[in-house]
Design a protein around this ligand. Structure first.
Ligand code: FAD
Length: 537
């Protein structure tokens, strides 16, 4: 099979133009093009009046070696890579001590699935509830100002990505095509097939719920076990080897191999692991606000006359500004046609994030506008970044009026440095509500200064971005983990054998896809280590 990259067609080209374009690109007749599939479809909107679709095509031809020879110097015509996933092992004997996965977010889900597919019958422990029960608890915060600290946007089946935009792309290096395995499993579990070929795939929250349930059923059918409302509260480490986990119920679970896929919000578990001596270190992250604009404004600015085109969908954006004070300000987790969500997991704190449905049809576009910070901003032990997050989340709770409303301000007022008292044309979507105020003291001074400089700079890229009525809500603090549980080359903790820190919480992923990919990597590392231990016996 031959892979052609960078095949460009006008947005308006009819469907049957594609095979013709493939044949023309390879200078062959249509009869010699035996079949083809679209591996990826993206678009190039840099020229707003001439948006083009950009395809990666896998084609089967009658004489592939001749074509490869003819295009030997062409970087866009190559043999298609083999992306088939191959298991590192298949086990037919149930291990005496089963591997344990802590956390059932995208990382724990993929780790658990791959372990189960290899025959290792993992036990998966998740502190939160099954996804449908969890949905009720999450809505209780959004609709009734009631937070359940064990069942919310961060904790529960499916992990932090369940109430999200379900964006499924990442910039990680993926030479073994694990990302393809993640997407293929998602499609098998009910995600739309297009996630396999559109360049910026997304699922939306409703479909994620069904998909997660189907994946749970698959793990169970393969002999895996998933226990909900089972928080891990302690770990027994003997002579540098993990031996046992304690659960909130008091149960002791024997465990020689543990994948810790905790997510970035498991602060109590981070503190427990730190106390038990698991090696961890500080890590940079970002904090800032969510910003909301009318989606039509973003569509118009990015797509001009093509705004509303079905193939393009609701427009997104990606912005960066390097401020004079040395800070970088950038857009984070942009959610077209979505809503800002209350994403705290701790009582008395406010955290924002964004989500959307598959249709991305809500009136507002939202994104984090965040500022990069480093451990020099929060000196101390490995948990200092976490305490720094807490400090600003508590401040947001206070500024929001103390009932989980988010503090908010119009962009125009924020730039002028005066409190907002009235909304304009943009109605914020955050539930349970937005309390208008002055956000100037809601983040460190350097962050406020950098964002004040960045918003007008972003206006130069997206007309209307710094419109007076756009709404800022705060605070966005959980952009990534504030620490790293460093691992060695064998993906085990630097100082605890049998412990595999994984995913976003361990500092090895940022987003659903990369967390899933990391889950596969640690599952493979764990299986390899188990086999070696078995052979050594
Ligand atoms: P998590 O998904 O956080 O899962 C960790 C799990 O571990 C949780 O379910 C938690 O309950 C459990 N756990 C924690 N401590 C314990 C314990 N002691 N015992 C037992 N269980 C425990 N990313 C994208 O790529 N695209 C998006 O569109 C996107 N949108 C997002 C929207 C929102 C609102 C949020 C909050 C996040 C979003 N993200 C998005 C980020 C993405 O969700 C995370 O990067 C991803 O979920 C990380 O996966 P993970 O498995 O490493 O951790």
């Amino acid at each position: 099979m031959i892979r052609i990259t960078e095949l460009r067609l006008p947005l308006e080209a009819p469907a049957d133009a594609l095979p013709v374009a493939v044949a023309e690109r390879l200078s062959i007749t249509l009869a010699n093009l035996l079949s083809f599939t679209v591996f990826k479809r993206g678009y190039d909107a840099r020229k707003r009046d001439a948006i083009v679709l950009v395809y990666t095509i896998d084609a089967t031809l009658s004489d592939e070696s001749a074509i490869l020879a003819k295009f030997a110097d062409d970087p866009h015509v190559k043999i298609a890579p083999d992306t088939t996933y191959r298991f590192v092992t298949q086990v037919h004997e149930v291990p005496d001590i089963r591997p344990v996965v802590v956390g059932f977010g995208p990382c724990g889900l993929m780790a658990g699935l791959v372990l189960a597919q290899m025959g290792l019958r993992p036990i998966i422990l998740e502190r939160g509830k099954k996804v449908r029960e969890r949905t009720k608890d999450t809505w209780a915060l959004w609709r009734k100002n009631q937070l359940n600290p064990e069942s919310n946007v961060q904790f529960g089946e499916g992990g932090a990505g369940t109430f999200s935009d379900g964006k499924l792309y990442s910039q990680i290096k993926d030479p073994k095509h694990y990302g393809r395995k993640v997407l293929t499993e998602f499609v098998k579990a009910g995600a739309p097939e297009e996630i396999l070929y559109v360049s910026k795939p997304h699922i939306g929250t409703f479909r994620l719920v069904k998909m997660v349930e189907n994946m749970r059923a698959q793990i169970e059918a393969l002999g895996g076990e998933i226990r909900f409302q089972q928080q891990v509260t302690d770990i027994l480490i003997e002579a540098g080897q993990v031996r046992c986990l304690t659960l909130a119920s008091g149960e002791q679970l024997r465990a020689d191999q543990v994948i810790m896929a905790l997510g970035h919000s498991a602060r109590d578990t981070f503190a427990m692991l730190h106390e038990r001596g698991v090696f961890m270190e500080q890590k940079p992250f970002s904090l800032g606000f969510r910003i909301e604009h009318p989606q039509t404004l973003i569509d118009q600015a990015r797509f001009g006359k093509y705004a509303g085109n079905e193939l393009l969908g609701a427009a997104d954006y990606k912005l960066v500004h390097h401020a004079k004070n040395g800070r970088s300000v950038y857009s984070f987790c942009m959610c077209p046609g979505g809503q800002v969500v209350a994403a705290t997991s701790e009582v008395g704190r406010v955290v924002t994030n964004g989500m959307s449905q598959y249709s991305r049809a809500e009136r507002n576009a939202n994104a984090g506008i965040v500022v990069g910070i480093t451990p020099s901003d929060y000196p101390g032990n490995p948990l200092a970044g976490m305490e720094f997050q807490r400090q600003w989340e508590s401040r947001a709770y206070e500024l929001g009026g103390g009932d989980y409303s988010a503090p908010g301000q119009l962009v125009g007022d924020f730039l002028k440095g005066r409190a907002s008292t009235q909304l304009g044309s943009v109605e914020p979507s955050y539930q349970p509500g937005v309390h208008l105020t002055d956000l100037a003291t809601s983040l460190p001074g350097y962050a406020i200064e950098a964002i004040r400089e960045a918003l007008p700079a972003f206006e130069r890229q997206i007309k209307g971005f710094s419109m007076y009525d756009a709404v800022l809500t705060g605070v966005e603090t959980r952009t990534s983990s504030p620490l790293r549980m460093t691992r060695g080359e064998d993906l085990q903790s630097l100082n605890v054998k049998g412990l595999f820190p994984a995913g976003e919480g361990a500092g090895y992923a940022g987003g659903i896809l990369s967390a899933g990919v990391d889950g596969i990597r640690v599952a493979e590392a764990l299986a390899t280590q188990m086999l070696e231990a078995h052979h050594d016996r």
